[in-house]
Design a protein around this ligand. Structure first.
Ligand code: UTP
Length: 302
């Protein structure tokens, strides 16, 4: 049974600067919840009740977010703010939160290896904070069930445009047990369009056997001098193919600035308390933009 999740959050977040100079990118809010909360809620829904963050200096706010805060709780209770109190206390009940340190950002593979002692010899899930999967889907549950059924490492695959292959790890695949399931025999990191073995890109959800730790210990630094999880997954796949499941649910890449903005808008639009008003505003906003660009082009052609 898979019950542990490892969340690497020790990266530098350089693509999100300057926001991430003093605030970890996983604490940046999407609407009213920090990104890390979406991940821990996803773990909790999938039955992963033991979550370990791989953190680094300056990121203690991540753990604080899930801790009790008696002063705030007492103040909310005294003011009769029951809804807000439930929001705050509920966080501590999502999962048992642990943390280990990655002393230097030596790569995602190295970050995962830092969790080896905590995970022990159990299979476990890895979730990356850049990827937010729509909260209304049970994709992680399906990955866990697939691992429990097959005993193989399971990875999440996203269908991408051929030109986007150069931004991702791309899987070499054979057909699997379902239309959206594949056997992954190899991975190629960021290939040029004509060398991509498929249009299926690896994204930040994995369910892995604990043998990955032995492989990571033997994995030398790769691209950028970092120990790459992709290199270890290749070794694992060469031993026994991994299972790749295509993500059909909406998924947002919030490590990228445009992805962050679209995630915020989409998640707010789905909310019953915010969605209708936001969509009304967006319609007016777009109509205003259309009118302005129509006026500009008429002015330009005059
Ligand atoms: P990214 O490659 O997105 O790196 O790492 P990053 O530093 O967060 O962001 P950019 O590219 O500089 O903007 C993917 C995940 O792996 C973690 C990151 O925190 C992120 O969740 N990571 C990466 C570590 O925990 N340690 C590392 O050494 C590298």
């Amino acid at each position: 049974m898979v019950r542990k999740a490892l969340l690497p959050v020790a990266g530098l977040g350089t693509r999100s600067l300057p926001a991430t100079k003093a605030v970890p990118k996983e604490l940046l809010p999407l609407v009213d919840k920090p990104a890390i909360q979406y991940l821990v809620e996803e773990c909790s829904r999938a039955g992963l009740d033991d979550v370990v963050f791989v953190t680094s200096a300056g990121k203690s706010g991540l753990e604080d977010h899930f801790d009790r805060l008696p002063g705030l709780e007492a103040a909310l209770a005294a003011k009769g703010k029951e809804d807000e109190l439930a929001l705050v206390t509920g966080l501590a009940e999502l999962a048992s939160i642990h943390s280990v340190r990655q002393p230097e950002p030596l790569g995602l593979g190295h970050a995962v290896l830092m969790g080896a002692d905590h995970v022990g010899d159990e299979s476990f899930a890895v979730l990356l904070g850049d990827d937010i999967v729509d909260p209304n889907t049970a994709f992680l549950e399906r990955m866990i069930a697939t691992h429990e059924r097959t005993g193989r490492g399971v990875i999440a695959l996203l269908e991408v445009e051929p030109e986007a292959a150069k931004l991702y790890g791309i899987a070499s695949v054979q057909p699997g047990d379902a239309d959206d399931e594949f056997l992954v025999t190899d991975l190629v990191e960021k290939p040029p369009v004509d060398e991509a073995p498929s249009n299926l890109a690896v994204i930040g959800r994995y369910v892995l056997p604990s043998t990955i730790f032995e492989v990571l210990r033997d994995t030398p630094p790769g691209r950028g001098g970092e120990i790459q999880l992709t290199d270890a997954l290749r070794t694992l796949a060469q031993d026994e193919p991994l299972v790749g499941i295509r993500v059909d649910a909406p998924r947002y890449d919030i490590g990228d600035k445009l992805g962050f903005v679209t995630a915020t808008v989409s998640l707010a639009a789905e909310r019953p308390d915010l969605g209708p008003a936001l969509l009304d505003w967006l319609r007016d906003f777009l109509a205003g933009q259309d009118a302005a660009s129509g006026a500009a082009s008429r002015g330009g052609s005059a």
